[in-house]
Design a protein around this ligand. Structure first.
Ligand code: HEC
Length: 158
């Protein structure tokens, strides 16, 4: 009787130990994921756009109006999904749908990474997506709106 009692106790202790380990593991992986997302410079293996796109320059100037139009698209109206869902409201790559993605969404606030990405590269990725990653294509978006978005993304890195 006493023996089975202490066995049951040990079993409970073991279960508690496993539970605590699981909790620790979970919180550790969540923290490390979050840290990785905000990282700057950010690891980047995105495919290079074809040369004709890479060297493109924006046909519209960076006025306050243009940046505002880009902000509206980014935060709300881009279809089928607003950019902030993955890239985050602040552009730091930490949107609600971004956490589970690997590679993580680009951190637009990271000047060190963004300075190596040309306007034409961004134009190509927004139009075609980055295959094999969470970055979807926006094939139906008019060119003018893509340029407005790019001005807004540049503005986030300042
Ligand atoms: C469903 C999630 C998701 C949405 C929505 C999304 N993105 Fe992304 N985006 C990503 C991910 C993930 C990456 C990283 C891709 C990679 O590493 O190749 C990325 C990368 C990028 C890049 C970096 C390209 C490069 O060459 O480094 C740009 C620019 C970009 N996104 C713009 C946008 C814009 C603008 C929108 C809204 C119109 C948008 N994204 C919406 C997930 C998303």
């Amino acid at each position: 009787m006493g023996r089975s009692h202490s066995l049951a106790k040990r079993h409970r202790q073991n279960m508690l130990f496993v539970l605590i380990c699981t909790l620790l593991l979970f919180s550790w992986s969540t923290v490390s994921l979050a840290m990785d997302q905000g990282v700057c410079p950010q690891p980047r293996n995105t495919k290079r756009a074809p040369e004709t796109f890479l060297t493109m320059t924006t046909p519209i100037p960076a006025s306050a109006e243009t940046i505002k139009a880009g902000e509206t698209l980014y935060q709300e109206t881009a279809k089928p999904l607003a950019c902030k869902q993955c890239h985050g409201e602040k552009g730091d790559g930490q949107g609600p749908m971004g956490a589970a993605l690997n590679p993580h969404p680009r951190n637009f606030t990271c000047g060190k990474t963004m300075k190596d990405i040309s306007d034409g590269q961004m134009f190509w990725i927004i139009k075609n997506g980055s295959p094999g990653t969470g970055m979807m294509a926006f094939p139906g978006m008019p060119d003018k709106q893509i340029w407005q978005l790019i001005h807004y993304l540049r503005h986030l890195a300042q």
